[in-house]
Design a protein around this ligand. Structure first.
Ligand code: SAH
Ligand code: SF4
Ligand code: F3S
Length: 438
């Protein structure tokens, strides 16, 4: 039996791609092992979104420079696509480099790798196909990812994704909905639709569903109790999505809508294709929903040319929206992107200073917002158990972590994947603590 090891970096799309790669390898007779030391084939599914992420994979490869003999190394994902054959020069023990747009060629490429070919590449972005495989190996038996759209056709000035994942390609709604039904039949209760811009979805099948319609259909599948989706792009975010959520509680009351900056000037130079006001209109739709939709976002500080005034606009946006959570980053210059050529790059320490201010502000907002849940009963899906605290880990429809006590005698077997009501007793900035109610 041949053994493989895979390590995944980056976003949920990468995590799900790896599930498909693992399924493909298992169907070829490979066995997955937990340590690269025990593997014949070592794969890294990589991320290139910021420089730090990219460096991680080269550090990993460096570890094997001397003692990698006898093993085959492959680099998959976004760094593979971005660096291409240069990886063979930089890490001569790598013999396989493949970007996500070429994964449907994996069987042919693996034939070559197994035949001992030292420079196997899958680097074409010229594809109309999505990576659909019946061999997906899903780790979580309750919650399943489905990629409904791959690639990105936007061209945000700072971002590598359009270069690393190729053009937008959507899966047919008939295929997506069949998969939802099959997953429900196999006992899955939560579905997460994935895409770099999930709401830019364009159904290639004759049904011609738009994203909101696809959500509505998925939400009507018997057995499915929760449907989430990420990431939404503000430009393509229509009110029909909010209406669908308002009307069906199976569609989770949680939306991740990356804003990047609160300054319309910065949004323009980032080429985001919306203004602050347009973004705020979408937030208003959600605030007016009866469902109390939890909001999260991504923010970049220190984009070239960001003045203190621009940064103040981002801070005021946080106050105005009161997000439930944010992911915030220092701008990281990336290869091939238009922002590289912009003048007025912001010094690293100034980016760090702004990031700290932003995160401290947001922490206070989250503490305040989460305190509103004290005393409230929320339904959670049980995701795990924390031995150290003796608490079960639950997730609410709003995607908040709610840790709770459930009385003795419960086991992982009868708890994981179950839905139950929990009353919130305490609130921190990043999670809630509670107690199961009957
Ligand atoms: N497609 C999604 C998100 C893609 S990447 C969207 O458009 O919203 C996830 C996040 O990484 C982005 O939202 C952005 O905040 C951040 N990011 C992307 N490129 C970056 C860069 N060069 N430097 C810092 N952060 C970046
Ligand atoms: Fe990157 Fe912009 Fe595409 Fe998101 S929409 S993946 S930030 S280019
Ligand atoms: Fe990273 Fe590629 Fe995802 S760059 S964030 S793994 S699309």
């Amino acid at each position: 039996m041949r053994k493989f090891y895979i390590e995944t970096f980056g976003c949920q799309m990468n995590v799900h791609d790896s599930e498909k790669v693992i399924g493909t390898l298992a169907a070829r007779g490979y066995d997955q092992v937990e340590s690269a030391d025990d593997a014949d084939l070592v794969l890294y599914n990589t991320c290139s979104i910021r420089d730090k992420a990219e460096q991680k994979v080269f550090n990993r490869l460096q570890e094997f420079k001397r003692n990698g003999r006898g093993r085959t190394f492959g680099v998959l994902g976004c760094v593979a696509q971005q660096e291409g054959e240069k990886i063979f020069e930089r890490a001569p023990h790598v013999s396989f480099v493949c970007g996500s747009a070429s994964y449907n060629l994996l069987p042919q490429l693996l034939d070559k790798v197994e035949a001992g070919d030292r420079r196997v590449t899958g680097l074409s972005l010229d594809t109309e196909d999505t990576f659909d495989t019946p061999m997906t190996r899903r780790d979580n038996p309750h919650r399943a990812y489905i990629t409904i759209i791959e690639g990105c056709d936007k061209s945000c000035a700072y971002c590598v994704v359009p270069f690393t994942r190729g053009p937008e390609r959507s899966s047919a709604s008939t295929t997506v909905l069949r998969e939802v039904r099959e997953l429900a039949d196999r006992g899955y209760t939560e579905i997460q639709f994935l895409g770099q811009n999930v709401n830019s979805y364009r159904d290639p099948s004759p049904a011609g569903l738009n994203f909101a319609q696809l959500l509505r259909e998925a939400g009507r599948t018997p057995g499915i109790r929760r449907v989430r989706f990420t990431t939404s792009h503000p430009r393509d975010f229509g009110k029909d999505i909010v209406d669908a959520i308002s009307e069906n509680p199976v569609l989770c009351n949680q939306v991740h809508l990356p804003v990047q900056s609160g300054s319309s000037l910065m949004l323009a130079s980032m080429q985001r294709q919306y203004t602050r006001d347009e973004y705020m209109r979408r937030i208003e739709w959600m605030k007016n929903s009866p469902r109390n939709i939890a909001l999260s976002t991504d923010i970049i500080v220190g984009f070239p040319g960001e003045t203190l005034e621009d940064f103040e606009h981002t801070l005021s946006l946080l106050d105005e929206v009161e997000f439930d959570s944010i992911f915030s980053f220092k701008y990281s210059p990336r290869p091939n992107t238009p922002a590289l050529k912009l003048e007025e790059q912001i010094p690293e320490d100034e980016k760090g200073r702004r990031l700290t201010i932003l995160q401290e502000k947001q922490r206070a907002i989250q503490l305040r917002r989460n305190a509103d849940y004290i005393g409230v009963v929320q339904e959670v899906m049980v995701e795990g158990y924390n031995k150290a605290t003796g608490q079960w880990i639950g997730r609410t429809s709003q995607n908040k972590t709610l840790n709770f006590a459930a009385g003795s005698g419960e086991t992982a077997e009868n708890m994981l994947g179950r839905y139950m009501d929990v009353q919130v007793l305490r609130a921190g900035p990043n999670s809630l603590v509670g107690e199961r109610v009957n």
